[in-house]
Ligand binder design. Structure first.
Ligand SMILES: CC(C)(COP(=O)(O)OP(=O)(O)OC[C@H]1O[C@@H](n2cnc3c(N)ncnc32)[C@H](O)[C@@H]1OP(=O)(O)O)[C@@H](O)C(=O)NCCC(=O)NCCS
Length: 153
């Protein structure tokens, strides 16, 4: 029996968090490392959902902090696979922040993560192929190869 085709939507992750005092600097702005930690967790769940394997972070690139998230802000962390290679997967993550009372979503951060699936001996192991469906997913899929080439260089 052939394996079912996996799409980006099958492993998409959306997490919600609140910025607590422990997450912030003295001005009440979230620390960059905390944001990256939350993105890393969402991307790990995404990679492991796609591959059905333990997956580790191999690299993080194109991180850009667009707007500050502040104490009490509601964070939405989104992670979606853009392309599966042999044992690695590129995951695109975004963090959106909402603040009372308007609750208008603002893009705070975005980045591309590469995860590698591991076997029981912690060696890289093959992951299922990915089939992009939407126009955006197809564009991300195509561009992932270009990003991978410059990443490897
Ligand atoms: C990531 C890791 C498993 C790769 O192991 P490796 O023996 O170097 O594996 P290989 O050279 O065979 O590469 C395996 C895949 O990883 C990819 N890869 C390796 N290093 C990479 C890097 N720095 N960035 C992006 N991809 C990387 C390769 O391109 C390859 O992808 P492919 O199979 O889809 O073509 C290994 O370097 C490792 O364990 N790193 C530490 C991971 C970790 O602890 N992360 C937690 C945060 S520190």
């Amino acid at each position: 029996m052939s394996k079912p085709i996996k799409t980006p939507g099958d492993s998409e992750i959306i997490m919600t968090e609140v910025v607590f005092p422990n997450d912030t600097n003295p001005m009440g702005i979230i620390q960059g490392g905390r944001i990256i930690q939350l993105m890393d967790i969402a991307c790990a769940i995404c990679a492991q959902t796609h591959s059905s394997k333990i997956a580790v972070t191999a690299s993080i690139d194109k991180v850009s902090f667009k707007a500050p998230a502040k104490l009490g802000d509601i964070l939405t962390i989104k992670a979606k696979i853009t392309r599966a290679f042999k044992t690695s997967m590129e995951i695109y993550a975004e963090v959106w922040t909402k603040r009372l009372p308007e609750l208008k979503p603002t893009l705070a951060n975005k980045a591309y993560f590469t995860f590698v699936a591991l076997d029981a001996n912690a060696r890289p192991t093959a992951v299922p192929p990915l089939k992009p469906i939407t126009e955006t997913e197809k564009k991300q899929y195509k561009e992932a190869l270009i990003r991978r080439t410059s990443r490897i260089e």
